[in-house]
Ligand binder design. Structure first.
Ligand SMILES: O=C(NC1CCCCC1)[C@H](C1CCCCC1)n1c(-c2ccc(CO)cc2)nc2ccccc21
Length: 232
């Protein structure tokens, strides 16, 4: 049974990333807003675009704290941000949904999201993903590292130096793998399950453009930043 040990450097790396991840969270809490009131499809769509816009802004700030990210080719940095923004948004949404809430709140939140304006066909895959993330009971270090691994995906469109991104991602995967073994000793398959969620995340993100287009309202307006990032 090999002794898994996180090195001093890996400990420091994990601290930098987790602190940055916790620092760069969108200010206002969308779950609280949704629990307070019911909104029309138009108001919900506006809420989504506002939340997503500010989430992209904090994602940019977060990536600046990923050791090595700013040493990548600048165009590759943009390609990685553009390529991972929707996945990072769904990952963050899943974490917001899975957060411990007073009893009954999660059910209300789920109901509000079901009725928000999203068309029926996307509701099931979206909540299947949220629940599968919730079942993992990730610690915050795992959440931060999983988002970092998602950002550092080498095969995003237009990435030129994939090797450089791969080297960074492997560094993060090594820390995440050790952390999973140490945090979930009874579950040797935990790390593999975690990575399996990234496949589900990529599939869900493929629905994203259609989810927006089919939002039950006319004239979907986006912010300039989202037009850049969401290809709308
Ligand atoms: O605001 C949100 N998500 C933000 C995004 C930035 C990071 C924090 C969360 C939206 C809501 C907006 C208003 C109508 C109800 C959904 N949301 C979604 C979501 C996200 C994208 C789509 C379409 O692609 C559909 C639904 N899942 C959520 C799970 C929990 C709490 C909010 C959640």
């Amino acid at each position: 049974k090999e002794k898994v040990e996180i090195t001093k450097e890996q400990q420091a790396l994990m601290k930098i990333i987790t602190d940055a991840y916790n620092r760069h969270q969108i200010p206002q809490d969308v779950a609280k807003k949704l629990l307070q009131d019911q909104y029309s499809a138009e108001e919900n769509f506006l809420l989504l675009t506002e939340m997503a816009t500010s989430q992209v802004q904090v994602l940019v700030e977060f990536t600046k704290n990923i050791p090595g990210f700013l040493s990548l080719d600048r165009e590759d940095q943009i390609a990685l941000l553009k390529g991972s923004a929707v996945e990072a948004m769904f990952l963050r949404s899943a974490q917001v949904f899975s957060r411990k809430m007073p009893s009954g709140h999660t059910e209300v939140l789920e109901e509000r999201i079901r009725k928000s304006g999203i068309s029926e066909e996307f509701i099931t895959p979206m909540f299947n993903f949220y629940k599968s993330i919730g079942e993992l009971h990730m610690v915050q270090e795992e959440q931060a590292l999983l988002t970092t691994v998602t950002i550092l995906t080498p095969d995003r469109p237009y990435v030129k130096d994939q090797q450089a991104v791969e080297r960074l991602q492997e560094t993060m995967l090594d820390v995440l793998r050790k952390l999973c073994v140490l945090q979930h000793p009874q579950e040797p398959q935990y790390f593999a399950r975690l990575l399996g969620r990234l496949t589900e995340l990529r599939t869900l993100s493929h629905y994203h453009t259609e989810m927006l287009a089919s939002w039950r309202m006319n004239d979907h307006k986006f912010t300039p930043l989202l037009c850049e990032i969401w290809d709308v």
